[in-house]
Design a protein around this ligand. Sequence first.
Ligand code: ZN
Length: 175
Amino acid sequence: MSLGWSRRAPVDTLVGTEAAIDFTIPLSELPRVSHELSATDGEAIGKVRFSRQLGQAVADLEVSTQPEVVCQRCMQPMRWPVRVKSRIALVSDYNAADRVPEGLEVFLVEADSVSVRDLVDEEVLLALPHVARHDEDSECAGREMRLPGHEAEADEVPADVQKPFAQLGELLKRK
Ligand SMILES: [Zn+2]
């Protein structure tokens, strides 16, 4: 069976054939992830394998990517390395979600079909930071702002600057 990352297929078929799919997905093709990024160049690369384990439809997903986000300290773009390896239970309703064994993530499938794009979009979204920052102050491009006399302002975020992740924390709490 040949299957691209963008095509939705029935979970039963994917699991029944133990479909294994290698993918390279432009970040611009991940609807929710691309909405959170400051630039949508780059790709999510990985593989997924579907199977049934203990009666549960499961997707084993590995994906890595380096999306561009905005450092909330210096407000400059930075690369945020994402490397996800997860075992995802594919469930069709919330009752089934309650029965998923511990250690598995839960993905709610719409209309019994799923695409690799759906899974990757969700997993990369969850891996994005609430508040992105360079690891060290010294990496911040805004460092030159911290000259004597300017230190007090250095950590303050200008009120009119977009904060793409301000809503993400709330989003995650709702899940
Ligand atoms: Zn920075």
